[in-house]
Design a protein around this ligand. Structure first.
Ligand SMILES: [Zn+2]
Length: 475
């Protein structure tokens, strides 16, 4: 499974292999914090440029809050969790489930302290766990909440109430619980070993649970969401996916790391439904630390090796804060002209990925192929004949050639690319004897303003353009 996932990622993210030894594990937790400034500014502009095209923009209320209120950041995520937990509690559970614990409710003091202290803004890397374990989060309200890790390492305190319908075989004793949660001990033990203090871990990482509820058989056996019987299982999956999408809108991770297969499948479902933002660079899956998983006695070694292997790739990708030349692009898919949906969107990831070929058109081509595979296009490339490409800046020679070869329906761009334009500098269409229409100058002034604003010194790693107003966007 893991190998398959890796392969999929490799297909989507072709990039040069980083030199051996160019990373360290400690750097894993010290990647710089993403800043909202440029990316969000860019996203809104992309939408503006694409105005008039039919699109599916999912504006969740979480995002609205993110854009306008002074509410502490963590509370935006917390509100989503509360709604999630309320919806989940409405699911009628099979008879085998004798109790359902909601630690976000009865352990809310520590849970909120965890969020307040460690969730101060978007995180580069988001780990997603499945649901609370009986001696971990059920006691402390913290994902993988092994008591010593929560109390002594993170230094969190708080009163823990009793859950409704508490089972005597599954008592909740809060921070005075002496039973050890093996998964949590392994999980936080590893990051304590790698990062030292919690601040270095949480600077760019966060751990979030897909489902905040724990389910127990009357014998006390922990019934995970993946083990529930069909109807409840399906309902819980649907609800969990819906709120995961909402939480991701706020958390804005660049890298999503599922902990275990069940969570990975939920993330994959979001990819399939095209609900992940284009700013997500990678989705990965780390083996679950549970001793219940097969052959998992050496999880610590396995996880370290996994982090090392993937850290190397991450270093090549994470690099710096998003500081890209603001070229935004959307692919509009519509078998009939005039009705279409946006199936791919993004901005350049050249600096982010340290890969000079990650122009936005290629990011979108990957997304379109993913969409085509998920929707059964055979061959996947056949989708391109129904795609209109809308991009703020004239595609460069490389991208124009790729798009024309793929046979897109049309290319519409904003301002001219005076140096590398695949239409105005070198007429690639003529070279390839293609009669695919390429139309420029659509809201070109706005696109040019965007570029100028950007080059006023916001991007230290971008080449400085020559300020030649005479060559301003024409058509
Ligand atoms: Zn290009």
């Amino acid at each position: 499974m893991l190998r398959k996932k890796q392969k999929l990622d490799d297909q989507n993210e072709p990039s040069p292999a980083p030199a051996a030894g160019e990373f360290t594990l400690s750097r894993f937790a010290n990647t710089p914090k993403p800043k909202l400034t440029h990316a969000s500014h860019l996203t809104s502009k992309i939408v503006t440029v694409a105005e008039g095209q039919p699109q599916e923009v999912d504006k969740s209320d979480a995002q609205e809050v993110a854009n306008g209120s002074t509410e502490p950041y963590w509370q935006q995520v917390y509100r989503i969790e509360l709604k999630l937990s309320a919806d989940l509690r409405n699911v009628s559970l099979p008879d085998e489930v004798a109790a359902c614990y909601d630690p976000i409710a009865y352990a809310d003091e520590i849970h909120r302290a965890y969020m307040d202290r460690f969730l101060d803004g978007p995180k580069h890397v988001l780990f997603i766990g499945m649901n609370p374990g009986p001696w971990g989060m059920c006691q402390t309200g913290v994902p993988f909440g092994y008591v010593p890790a929560v109390r002594d390492w993170m230094g969190l305190r708080g009163t823990v109430q009793k859950p409704e319908g508490e089972l005597s075989v599954r008592p909740v004793e809060g921070l005075s619980c002496t039973r050890e949660e093996q998964s949590g001990k392994r999980w936080w033990g590893l990051f304590e070993e790698l990062c030292g203090n919690p601040e270095s871990f949480f600077r760019s990482c966060f751990v979030y649970n897909l489902c905040p509820l724990a389910f127990f058989h009357k014998s006390g056996r922990n019934v995970t969401p993946s083990e529930l019987k069909s109807k409840a299982k399906g309902e819980i999956q649907t609800i969990a996916e819906k709120y995961l999408a909402a939480a991701l809108q706020v958390l804005q991770p660049k890298i999503i790391i599922s902990v275990g297969r069940y969570t990975e499948d939920r993330v994959k479902a979001l990819v399939k439904q095209n609900k992940l933002d284009a700013t997500v660079i990678r989705t990965l899956c780390i083996p679950h630390p549970s001793p219940r998983s097969l052959n998992n006695t050496n999880w610590n070694e396995k996880a370290k090796r996994w982090l090392e292997d993937n850290d190397a790739l991450q270093q090549a990708r994470l690099a710096n804060d998003l500081k890209e030349v603001p070229v935004g692009c959307v692919f509009v898919y519509g078998p009939n002209e005039g009705d279409g949906v946006i199936i791919a969107r993004g901005c350049n990831l050249v600096n982010e990925t340290k890969n000079a070929t990650r122009h936005v058109e290629f990011i979108c081509i990957d997304q379109a192929l993913e969409y085509a595979r998920a929707h059964g296009f055979e061959p996947p490339e056949s989708i391109f004949t129904s795609i209109s490409v809308v991009v703020t800046v004239e595609p460069c020679i490389m991208c124009a050639a790729a798009l024309l070869n793929l046979g897109v329906r049309e290319i519409v761009y904003g301002c001219r690319n005076d140096r590398f334009g695949g239409s105005t500098v070198l007429d690639v269409a003529r070279l390839l004897k293609s009669n695919i229409p390429i139309r420029g100058g659509v809201r070109g002034d706005e696109a040019m303003e965007l570029l100028k604003e950007f080059y006023k010194g916001e991007n230290p790693s971008a080449p400085m353009p020559k300020a030649r107003t005479s060559k301003k966007a024409s058509g």
